[in-house]
Design a protein around this ligand. Structure first.
Ligand SMILES: Nc1ncnc2c1ncn2[C@@H]1O[C@H](COP(=O)(O)OP(=O)(O)O)[C@@H](O)[C@H]1O
Ligand SMILES: [Mg+2]
Length: 360
């Protein structure tokens, strides 16, 4: 098995953690970087279940599907506080025999902390302000344009029928282009503006309802079925309602844009565990290729003619500002599930209260 030794050397020289998991989720290989991230040794980890090594993630659920690729950020506290991004991909033989999973782990602590710092850095602030200022200024003439087009629309209606049609077509195009510009501007402004969320106890289900309501014309016109599977026991969460609605709106829009009528459906599920509340939005749309998954959060990267490539970026930022996480799970041609994780603020407070007073 010279080949095995060679591959092992390659894996050991990587900065990324590499784990090979057998069909039952046991660790059959872990490289040095992986050991460093999770504070273990190859001997200790060998044969252990991943659940024992990395707690707080429902690994068996993630590995249940034999065809789905998953990407998620994870905060670990041991052996030191780090943010890791892992990428879990099933390995199957051509005859579909299940060979387990391969997991790649990257340390994103630095880029996350830097991103936080960058937001504060004055240089970026000046640039942000400038860009936001320009974007804002474009908004005014755009509004005025749209108003004038509405006036034109009325005038056209007064014309004889035969003259109306060609003019109405041009008008329709102009109006939809303005709508597009408006969306780009709004999303751009949201992506640029790093506002602190104003968090107050809020019912997540109400925000979900409002977001679905706002999108109902598009959802109806595409004949998409929306199913809800909501937990009756969801605690109130400390949320910035506007921001979370924005996040839900972006994820739901992506979902219905990915499905093709008439068989499109979207499922929204909520659940609660001891330490977090999850809201998962699944669609049976086009799915995302493993390559596209890698660039999903890059700004302006879009697969749509009228996309901005800013939506998911905004969603992730909003979630992180709420102390939460985002997980994207997808299978090409089958569909995508985007899961939002919110920390339970009610629990954390209680935990703090239960601590005995510190004696000096
Ligand atoms: N539910 C989904 N199904 C399929 N592809 C998706 C889904 N959500 C996101 N994507 C992919 O990720 C890309 C980035 O999404 P996003 O940041 O919202 O930008 P936009 O929607 O403007 O393209 C999309 O262009 C699409 O290729
Ligand atoms: Mg989008």
């Amino acid at each position: 098995m010279r080949e095995k030794g060679f591959l092992q050397k390659v894996f050991e020289s990587l900065q990324e953690g590499v784990l090979l998991l057998d069909a039952s989720g046991g660790i059959s290989f872990i490289n040095h970087a992986g050991c460093r991230f999770f504070g273990t040794s190859p001997e200790e980890a060998q044969g252990k279940a991943l659940t024992e090594l990395v707690r707080g993630v429902d690994w068996s659920a993630l590995m249940q599907s034999k065809r789905r690729t998953v990407s998620r950020d994870l905060e670990v506290f041991y052996p030191e506080n780090r943010y890791l991004n892992f990428y879990l991909s099933p390995v199957a033989e051509e005859n579909e025999a299940d060979l387990g999973h391969v997991m790649l782990v990257r340390d994103v602590t630095r880029s996350r902390r830097e991103a936080e710092k960058e937001m504060e850095s004055e240089k970026l602030n000046a640039l942000t302000l400038l860009a936001a200022g320009v974007a804002h200024e474009i908004g005014n003439p755009l509004n005025s344009l749209s108003l004038h087009l509405q006036l034109l629309e009325r005038k056209i209606r007064d014309l004889p029928e035969g003259d109306q049609k060609p003019l109405a077509e041009h008008l329709g195009t102009a109006q939809s282009e303005i709508g597009r510009l408006d969306t780009i501007l709004k999303q751009f402004l949201q992506a640029m503006r790093p506002t602190q969320p104003e968090r107050i106890p809020t019912k997540l289900h109400e925000l979900l309802e409002e977001s679905l309501e706002a999108l109902s014309p598009e959802i109806k016109s595409r004949e998409i079925q929306v199913k809800l599977d909501l937990s009756p026991e969801l605690p109130a969460l400390e949320l910035d309602a506007t921001q979370i609605k924005q996040a839900l709106y972006n994820v739901i829009r992506n979902a219905y844009q990915a499905v093709s009528p008439p068989k499109g459906h979207i499922l929204v599920q909520t659940s609660v565990t001891e330490y977090e509340v999850t809201l998962a939005i699944s669609d049976n749309g086009s799915g995302i290729s493993p390559e596209a998954m890698g660039s999903m959060f890059e700004p302006f990267k879009t697969s749509k003619v009228d996309g901005t490539g800013l939506g998911m970026l905004i969603v992730r930022r909003i979630l992180r500002e709420h102390g939460g996480e985002l997980e994207v799970e997808s299978e090409e041609e089958a569909g995508t599930t985007v899961t939002l994780y919110f920390p339970r603020t009610d629990k954390r407070v209680r935990m703090l209260e239960e601590r005995p007073p510190i004696e000096v």
